[in-house]
Design a binder for this molecule. Structure first.
Ligand SMILES: NC(=O)C1=CN([C@@H]2O[C@H](COP(=O)(O)OP(=O)(O)OC[C@H]3O[C@@H](n4cnc5c(N)ncnc54)[C@H](O)[C@@H]3O)[C@@H](O)[C@H]2O)C=CC1
Ligand SMILES: O=C(O)C(=O)CO
Length: 391
């Protein structure tokens, strides 16, 4: 028999029961649910990653919707239980949903929400921070300073890589990959080479226009190129940042053979998902190539690092914090709650998940629509901007 977990209850009399597996920042998300008649139960158990059994006990025998986290295994067992408890809606508090078996959810008639857009710039900024930290050896230098090793300026002390005028490679030029590329182009006048399954006309247009602007300033223009393979990007770029979804096509996209193609002094950044890189191969590559550097926000076996990674000075490692700004985390919570609330109320699905701003504007009521439901088509859910009624 599963143990009962501690919960905090909001709007105890609400007729729809919604569970959040974690406390989430801000109040707007609670408001989005209680205002449509939900009783909200937030798990406050002191345990970082909830097991399937933990979540089964939270779902219980009557549950209309759940907001869950990317650390949880949302597969057939949980969706079957949610369905049996009368549930119709689940939302990840994340844009990535590789932890969710969407087919299983669809089989059980459960809508799966995610939180695109609100974290695009925040995540891209952290990727840029990792790029600079790795290229300019910021963490190594900080450790050196704190260890009392600094004896005075030297021509050879912590020499790193200049970014200006170099080439940045993007693998996965979607929302975040494009935002990151723009930062590197505007900030450091880098040229762009990208690989994606689809053409990123937005990125191409931006780099072309920025190149024209630079020319008017008497500066060298920047250029872009769409590569026909990841190999082209890896061979050509001085900095490579990974921003694809994690699926079968991107699992171990960076492996031993592809690492060997990269420049000896390249910088590799990953703020997508850990398994996009074969981390054992990466550790070997970092050991053999001390001037090759990485900046990692995500790891293959989170929360663990592969043996040896944490000892290497040419790796900057942070604990999956790319979306961790106050505005973004509150916004993610709000979008997740609005996905669940809208589905439970029978509202349509917002037609453009690349523009979710109307859901975050606290000065106006949110549209009566679900911001982003990834299996909307498979479930045959209607789309619409919710103009007929408001949340
Ligand atoms: N570290 C963190 O805290 C965060 C990580 N993420 C991760 O970043 C991912 C991307 O997020 P968004 O940019 O919003 O998604 P997006 O859907 O806008 O972009 C993903 C891109 O990957 C491309 N892609 C898919 N398969 C590919 C392949 N085999 N090779 C190359 N490109 C491929 C897609 O065509 C798409 O353009 C999320 O799925 C999530 O896993 C997102 C937010 C925060
Ligand atoms: O949204 C995601 O996919 C994350 O990794 C957390 O921000």
């Amino acid at each position: 028999m599963a143990r009962k977990l501690a919960v905090q209850v909001y709007n105890a009399g609400g007729h729809l029961r919604v569970v959040s597996t974690k406390p989430m920042p801000g109040n707007q998300w609670i408001q989005a649910l209680t205002s449509v008649g939900c009783r909200v139960e937030v798990c406050v158990e002191n345990k970082t990653i909830l097991s399937v059994d933990d979540i089964l006990s939270l779902i219980g025998t009557k549950c209309d919707g759940v907001i869950g986290q990317l650390t949880e295994d949302w597969g057939d067992v949980l969706f079957a239980a949610l369905k049996k408890a009368g549930g119709h809606a689940y939302s990840n508090m994340a844009v990535g949903y590789n932890n969710v078996d969407v087919e299983a959810a669809t089989r059980h008639g459960i809508a799966v929400g995610n939180t695109p857009g609100v974290l695009t710039e925040t995540t891209a900024e952290l990727a840029a921070a990792l790029t600079l930290s790795a290229a300019r050896r910021v963490v190594e230098a900080d450790d050196f300073m704190r260890a009392g090793k600094y004896e005075g300026w030297l021509p050879t002390l912590f020499v790193g890589n200049l970014l200006k005028g170099q080439t940045v490679g993007i693998i996965g030029a979607g929302r975040i990959g494009t935002a990151y590329a723009r930062m590197m182009v505007e900030g450091f006048k880098m040229n762009v080479i990208y690989y994606d399954l689809y053409q990123s006309t937005r990125l191409e247009k931006f780099v072309t226009a920025y190149g024209e602007f630079l020319k008017t300033q008497g500066e060298a223009p920047v250029h872009w190129r769409r590569a026909s393979s990841p190999e082209d990007v890896l061979r050509e770029a001085d900095v490579i940042s990974l921003h694809p979804v994690l699926d079968k096509t991107t699992y171990h996209l960076i492996n031993k053979d592809r690492l060997a193609l990269m420049k000896k002094e390249a910088v590799l950044v990953n703020a997508s998902r850990g398994p996009v890189i074969d981390e054992v191969a990466l550790v070997e590559h970092l050991k053999a190539n001390p001037m090759f550097r990485v900046g990692l926000d995500v790891f293959e076996d989170e929360p663990y690092m592969k043996p040896g990674l944490g000892d290497l000075p040419n790796a900057v490692v942070v604990p999956h914090i790319a979306s961790a700004s106050k505005w973004t985390r509150e916004g993610m919570a709000t979008l997740a709650a609005q996905n669940v609330a809208a589905k439970l109320k029978g509202y349509p699905v917002w037609p453009n998940s690349n523009n979710i701003e109307p859901f975050l504007d606290e000065s106006k009521p949110a549209p009566a629509a679900a911001p982003s439901i990834v299996n909307a088509k498979a479930l045959g859910l209607p789309t619409g901007d919710g103009s007929k009624s408001r949340l």
